[in-house]
Design a protein around this ligand. Structure first.
Ligand SMILES: Cc1cc2nc3c(=O)[nH]c(=O)nc-3n(C[C@H](O)[C@H](O)[C@H](O)COP(=O)(O)OP(=O)(O)OC[C@H]3O[C@@H](n4cnc5c(N)ncnc54)[C@H](O)[C@@H]3O)c2cc1C
Length: 460
C-alpha cells in the first residue's frame, strides 16, 4: 500500500530517527514488513527500526500527528500477526536487543527487542535464568506481555510474574515506569494484558539460579496408547514437585534421522519438559514418564539449560503457515482425554501438535485478580497448533483448530483462552480475561484514550 504522506514529511522522520526508516521503496522493505507467521501478509506504510527510547517517542508522535495506525513489534513471533499493519507505522523494536544482568541482585534489564535466546545467553553466564518460553527466537516483549509460560513455569511462575518494572512510551508520548509502586494500574495490566496499551521499551526481571545442566524429559510414546499415556500423566502430575514442568503433546513422528524410519508419520504422545533443580534428583523424578511404555525414541537426559531452550527452534521456521488457539482445562478427566485424542486424530496437517501444558505450582500462587493474566487456578492449558506448508491446506487447518476448540469447550470443564495462543484474535476480551476484562479496559482507556494502539478495535 502506498503512503499518502509527502516525501519531505517521510524524509523528515527518517532524519529524526537514529535507527532506519524502511519504506516500500527500500530493498529491505519486503523483509521488514513480514512477521514469523506466513499467514500474515500486510503492507505497512513504513517500518521504524527504533534504536532507542527517543526513536520510539518520535515514531509514536509521528503516527499520532499523521493519524497512522500503529503496530508494535518485539520479536515478531505473535501468532496472530499483530506486529504489522496495512498502511500504518510499525514501531520495530528489534534493534533494542540489549541485555544487562546484575548477578548480585539477581535482576536483569532487557531491551524490548530482545529474544529469549538473548536473555538466556546472558543470564546463564551467571547461572541464572528468567522464566521465558520454549523457543529461543521468540520475543521477550510479546511473550511477557501476554503471560509467558516455559520450562520453569511451575517452579518460578510465568514470565510476567517475574517482571519487576517496565519502561513504557504511552500514546501521548510520555515516558513512564510501571512497577508495584509506580503507575500500579499499568503494571497490573502489562502482566498478561500488555499488548496495545503503549510501547514497552525495556523490562526488568527477577532471575533465579538454574542449571547450567538440567534433567530433561523428551520421550516419544506410541500414539495408539495416547489415552493411556495422558491418563498416566494425569496421575504423575497430581503430586509431582513444582520443579517439574512437563508438556505432553500429541504429534506425528517427523521424518528425521534421529527417529526410526519405520515410525515416520505415525501418531505419538511426547512427554517434553524438565526438572528445574538438582539434575540427578530430576532424572529419578522424571523416570516414570520414560518408562511408561517401550518408547519409539527417548532423547531424555541431562543437558545444558541453554540447549533445552533452543531445542525446538528449527521446528518453527519463519514463513510457514500457523494458526494456534487454546483453552484452559479445569479437569483432565477421562472425557477430556478422549476429546483430546479424538480432536487430534481429525487433524489434517501432520506438522501440527496438540499441546497439554501442565500448569499450577508457582502460577497458581498468584491471585486471579492480582495481574491481568487470568485462569491461574486451571491445572492445564490445551493448545491446538496447526502448522502447515501447503497453502491448499489453509482452510482445513484453521477449521480443524476452531472445531477442536469448540468441541473441547462443549465437552469438558474448559474456560478462557491464553492470549499468546489466540487464533487470529477473534475472541472477545471477556473470553480471554474473564473477571479482569473490565479493569483492563479501564486501564486501556486511561493510558490510550484515543485508541492509538488499536486495542478497542482488536478482540484479544
Ligand atoms: C515459535 C513460537 C514458540 C512459542 N512458544 C511459546 C512458549 O513457550 N510460551 C509462551 O507463553 N508463548 C509462546 N509462544 C507465543 C508467544 O508468547 C507469542 O507469540 C508472543 O506474542 C511473541 O512475542 P513477540 O515479541 O515475538 O511477538 P510480536 O509479534 O512482536 O508481538 C506480539 C504482540 O505483542 C505486542 N508487543 C510486542 N512488543 C511490544 C512492546 N515492546 N510493547 C508493547 N506491545 C508489544 C505486539 O504489538 C503484538 O500485539 C510462542 C510463539 C512462537 C511463534
Amino acid at each position: 500500500m502506498e503512503s499518502a504522506l509527502s516525501e519531505p514529511v517521510v524524509a523528515g522522520l527518517a532524519t529524526d530517527l537514529a535507527g532506519d526508516l524502511v519504506t516500500p521503496d527500500d530493498d529491505a522493505y519486503d523483509q521488514a514488513r513480514r512477521v514469523w507467521n506466513g499467514m500474515v501478509n500486510r503492507w505497512p506504510a513504513m517500518v521504524a527500526r527504533c534504536a532507542g527510547v527517543a526513536d520510539v517517542r518520535r515514531a509514536v508522535a509521528f503516527a499520532r500527528e499523521h493519524d497512522l495506525p500503529i503496530a508494535v513489534r518485539g520479536g515478531g513471533h505473535g501468532v496472530a500477526g499483530a506486529a504489522t499493519v496495512d498502511g500504518g507505522l510499525v514501531v520495530d523494536l528489534s534493534p533494542m536487543d540489549w541485555v544487562r544482568v546484575d548477578p548480585d541482585d539477581r535482576r536483569v534489564q532487557v531491551g524490548a527487542g530482545a529474544t529469549w535466546g538473548d536473555v538466556d545467553r546472558e543470564t546463564q553466564a551467571f547461572g541464572l535464568a528468567v522464566p521465558g518460553g520454549v523457543v529461543s527466537d521468540t520475543g521477550v516483549a510479546g511473550l511477557t506481555l501476554g503471560g509467558g509460560m516455559g520450562h520453569l513455569r511451575r517452579k518460578h511462575g510465568l514470565s510476567c510474574d517475574n517482571l519487576v518494572s517496565a519502561d513504557v512510551v504511552t500514546a501521548d508520548g510520555a515516558f513512564v515506569r510501571a512497577s508495584a509502586d509506580e503507575n500500579e494500574d499499568l503494571f497490573w495490566a502489562l502482566r498478561g494484558g500488555g499488548a496495545e496499551l503503549g510501547v514497552v521499551t525495556s523490562f526488568e526481571f527477577d532471575c533465579h539460579p538454574v542449571g547450567p545442566e538440567v534433567a530433561t524429559c523428551f520421550v516419544w510414546h506410541r500414539g495408539e496408547r495416547a489415552e493411556e499415556a495422558l491418563a498416566f500423566f494425569r496421575e504423575f502430575a497430581a503430586d509431582t514437585p513444582r520443579a517439574v514442568s512437563v508438556l505432553p503433546f500429541y504429534a506425528w513422528v517427523p521424518e528425521m534421522e534421529e527417529l526410526p524410519e519405520s515410525s515416520w508419520g505415525d501418531p505419538a504422545v511426547v512427554f517434553f519438559g524438565c526438572y528445574a533443580d538438582d539434575p540427578e534428583e530430576g532424572t529419578e523424578v522424571l523416570r516414570p514418564l520414560r518408562e511408561f511404555a517401550d518408547p519409539i525414541a527417548d532423547f531424555s537426559g541431562t543437558m545444558p539449560y541453554l540447549e533445552l531452550q533452543s531445542m525446538l527452534d528449527e521446528d518453527y521456521p519463519h514463513g510457514r503457515f500457523y494458526y494456534w488457539k487454546s483453552l484452559y482445562l479445569r479437569d483432565l478427566d477421562d472425557d477430556a482425554i478422549a476429546g483430546i485424542v479424538e480432536t487430534a486424530e481429525a487433524c489434517p496437517a501432520l506438522l501440527s501438535t496438540v499441546d497439554l501444558w501442565h500448569l499450577g505450582g508457582a502460577i497458581a500462587d498468584v491471585g486471579e485478580t492480582e495481574t491481568a493474566y487470568t485462569d491461574r487456578d486451571a491445572p492445564y492449558l490445551l493448545n491446538f497448533e496447526a502448522n502447515w506448508d501447503d497453502p491448499r491446506k489453509t482452510a482445513a487447518a484453521v477449521e480443524w483448530v476452531r472445531d477442536s476448540v469448540a468441541a473441547m469447550r462443549d465437552r469438558s470443564a474448559a474456560s478462557g483462552l491464553y492470549v499468546n495462543f489466540p487464533g487470529f484474535g477473534e475472541d472477545s476480551e471477556q473470553v480471554a480475561y474473564g473477571e479482569n476484562a473490565e479493569r483492563l479496559r479501564a486501564v486501556a482507556d486511561e493510558y490510550d484514550p484515543e485508541d492509538l494502539f488499536g486495542r478497542a478495535g482488536a478482540e484479544t
